[in-house]
Write a new protein. Structure first.
Length: 421
């Protein structure tokens, strides 16, 4: 795509709207595009990719420009990370801008402090140094600077993975089987998958491979009673329903009506008849308490910092803080404790987050086990062997973009011991 002054102006305006980061970057961009309906598909793609690229590399860009403004960050990003040469940018740059742009190609991240090389803010660096070496932090930071691949989950009620791969290939979409999830597909590039027949007919859903593995850890049986405690828009609920062959009973709880409304069209496409979305006010809602001691399987994908999804949501490293994580930890402990009450003896619960911070993960689980002696920790590696999935990250499931090319996921599997007779 040939760069024009209009591209620069609209991308600068979009970045100016996003950078206060009062709200998620993707929702601000959606609003921006609604307010600018004349933008074509290529323009929107250019703006979105550029804004997210700048958020990924913001620390480096701010250190490389004289004054950090939306426009200077944009020009620096195009020169350094999009490979535009000075000759291509000169027509759009002032004399002063051209001067510092000339030196930006030679401005090396390697000469910068570790936080700039890793593109992680100081508050997060401080937390990571509590359990990681500098070389590991750098590896993690660099892995989070690349956009995430597009992963799909095959709805096994309606199709097999081979059928979907053949259908995508026939339409010129490059795709391959994911290495771990038996029903995952990784798509090359950025095709408009939401317009493809496989998506429109419910045969596939967009879902990160790491998220798919949670369903195999939970391993619900056909006639089980199952609760997805923090269902959101229901991606994992839909997978669990398919694993149950649309039998048994599956409740999708969430305290956001908007998120559950997003589940409705997906549920309709899926062909499931065993999934019941339920709006709750909080973890102590009467709808929750009514199920105490009746549930075979509970999935708690807890509200968390989301730092494991920085490839998709780079704005989170600027929107989270030590204070917000303290609040999340209180919420995580309360939700886990409440969800655990649902289990019948012998039942299984998964506590999961898309964070790599031990204080949101191992520490929450350890504190829970201390105060709930009737629960035992199961070994995720052994459960993966049972599911014939070649993945061993130890007792806990711990996935990282660098090692597994998934989002950064954590999961612990807990079982309620049966009553001794």
């Amino acid at each position: 795509m040939r760069l024009t002054p209009a591209h620069l102006d609209t991308a600068t305006a979009a970045l100016r709207a996003v950078l206060p980061l009062k709200h998620p970057a993707d929702s601000i961009l959606r609003y921006f595009f609604r307010e600018n309906p004349m933008l074509g598909a290529y323009d929107r793609a250019f703006i979105a990719e550029t804004v997210f690229g700048i958020l990924r590399h913001r620390l480096f860009l701010e250190s490389a420009v004289e004054i950090a403004t939306p426009r200077s960050l944009l020009l620096a990003y195009l020169a350094k990370f999009q490979g535009l040469n000075l000759r291509e940018l000169i027509p759009f740059a002032s004399e002063a801008e051209a001067k510092w742009l000339a030196g930006i190609k030679g401005f090396s991240p390697e000469s910068q402090p570790l936080s700039i090389q890793a593109e992680l803010p100081e508050w997060l660096m401080e937390k990571l140094r509590g359990f990681m070496e500098d070389s590991e932090i750098l590896d993690l930071g660099r892995s989070l600077q690349h956009p995430a691949p597009l992963d799909l989950r095959v709805n096994t009620l309606l199709a097999t993975r081979d059928e979907v791969l053949a259908s995508l290939g026939k339409d010129g979409i490059q795709a391959s089987a994911t290495p771990y999830s038996p029903i995952g597909i990784r798509v090359a590039g950025k095709p408009a998958i939401n317009r493809h027949e496989a998506f429109l007919t419910g045969k596939v859903e967009v879902q990160d491979e790491g998220s798919q593995l949670l369903g195999y850890l939970l391993a619900p049986k056909r006639r089980d009673m199952v609760v997805d405690f923090c269902a959101g828009a229901g991606g994992k609920s839909l997978m669990l329903g398919a694993l149950m062959h649309s039998q048994g009973r599956l409740y999708a709880f969430d305290n956001s009506e908007k998120r559950l409304n997003n589940l409705k069209p997906r549920l309709k496409r899926s062909g499931l008849s065993n999934l019941y979305p339920q709006l709750i006010t909080n973890e102590n809602d009467i709808k929750v308490k009514r199920l105490t001691g009746k549930i075979d399987r509970v999935l708690v994908d807890a509200p968390c910092s989301g730092l494991g999804t920085l490839r998709r949501n780079p704005d989170l490293k600027w929107r989270q803080s030590p204070q917000s994580i303290e609040e999340l930890k209180r919420k995580q402990a309360a939700i886990l404790s409440s969800a655990a009450n649902l289990l019948k003896p012998g039942g299984r619960l998964i506590y999961a987050t898309c964070s790599f911070l031990p204080e949101e993960n191992q520490e929450i689980v350890e504190n829970f086990l201390t105060s709930h002696p009737r629960f035992m920790l199961l070994n995720c590696a052994e459960l993966m062997v049972q599911q014939k999935i070649p993945l061993d990250t130890g007792v806990f499931l711990q996935l990282s973009p660098r090692l597994h090319n998934t989002d950064g996921f954590f999961a612990a599997v807990l079982e309620l011991l049966k009553n001794e007779s």
